[in-house]
Design a protein around this ligand. Structure first.
Ligand SMILES: [Zn+2]
Length: 319
């Protein structure tokens, strides 16, 4: 299997938010990528500019950051053309690696905008090099800039950042240096195309937590009533837990619950309700062992949420 380390540059509405096209707030104007073999040796590279079709001028911030003018792009091919070339270049057996999780999302949003099919149509595993770098070098998950990482590992900064190919190359340089054990154990899943069936649902077992991405439902009530989703087991020993606090919500998009495993202590479960493209919803559930202190904080949040709910009820009945 090869690795495709990819980076995109995009433009946004030059006339402000009001003139933004909702379906494509970020129009891709450059794709840069490096292909690595299994031993993470560079075997090929890809670099193309793209003629914009949505926004006919470059946003001033974009100009400043990436130093591209609209006149640099007018002679280039369109997104439809370049993306076809790109996926042919990617080949058959590969996984994407990117700095952060934004590039794959915007790539798919642009593909969707033009109604192109046959490229990415389901959840895909990928390597978030920004996350992996944080785990490997700092044992945390804090997002840091690509330049910070390049400095940290002492890579020669011979080319300016913020052009797609250069950023892809730097990302590949960092990716190569990462502990392979950490890389293998902490791959990510892009779920821009969320699971559609039970068989497509995603179960990710990481060292410190378990993540689950459900199929679609018509409402969040149906999600929260579903036994597969609302039940929680300890992700370390797969044993049933004692429920300490039942599911509660602070903003009706995120639900929490607290349980206790005899062997592993307090277990926090969190469900985020996400909107699918067609107005259906799906759940992202994370189950994690937490400290007693964090369990107490969660209990406080539960009490606050309960109080707010009660106040709201009183307000309504007083109307
Ligand atoms: Zn346990």
């Amino acid at each position: 299997m090869n690795y495709i380390v990819v980076d995109l540059e995009w433009n946004q509405s030059p006339y402000g938010k009001e003139a933004e096209i909702k379906e494509i707030p970020f129009e891709i104007i450059e794709i840069g990528a490096v292909k690595l073999n299994e031993n993470k040796e560079v075997i090929s590279s890809f670099s193309r500019l793209i003629r914009p079709q949505v926004y006919n001028d470059i946003h001033s911030i974009t100009k400043e950051i990436i130093h591209i003018e609209i006149s640099d792009l007018v002679e280039e091919e369109t997104f439809e053309y370049v993306i076809k070339e790109f996926f042919v270049w990617c080949g058959e057996d590969y996984r994407f690696a990117t700095w952060g999780n934004m590039d794959l999302i915007e790539l798919q949003r642009n593909i969707d905008y033009y109604g192109l099919e046959g490229y990415i149509d389901k959840p895909i595993p990928f390597y978030d090099v920004q996350k992996l770098f944080a785990l490997d070098y700092f044992k945390d998950r804090k997002p840091r800039t690509l330049e910070f990482a390049v400095d940290k590992v002492n890579i020669l900064k011979d080319e300016e950042f913020h052009r797609a190919y250069v950023d892809a190359k730097y990302t590949a340089d960092i990716f190569k240096l990462l502990d392979q054990n950490i890389v293998d154990r902490n791959y990510s899943i892009d779920y821009y195309h969320n699971p559609k069936t039970k068989a497509e649902e995603i179960h990710l077992h990481y060292e410190t937590y378990y993540k689950f991405i459900s199929r679609e439902f018509e409402s969040k009530e149906l999600i929260m009533a579903n036994k597969d989703i609302n039940s929680v087991i300890c992700h370390k020993c797969n044993q049933r837990i004692t429920r300490k606090i039942k599911w509660f919500t602070t903003n009706s998009k995120t639900y929490y619950s607290l349980g206790y495993c005899k062997k592993h202590g307090y277990i926090k479960a969190k469900i985020r309700i996400k909107k699918a493209v067609n107005n259906n919803v799906f759940a992202v559930k994370v189950v994690k062992i937490i400290t007693e202190e964090d369990a107490q904080l969660l209990a406080l949040r539960y009490l606050e949420a309960k109080k707010r709910k009660k106040e709201k009820r009183i307000r309504i009945s007083n109307k």
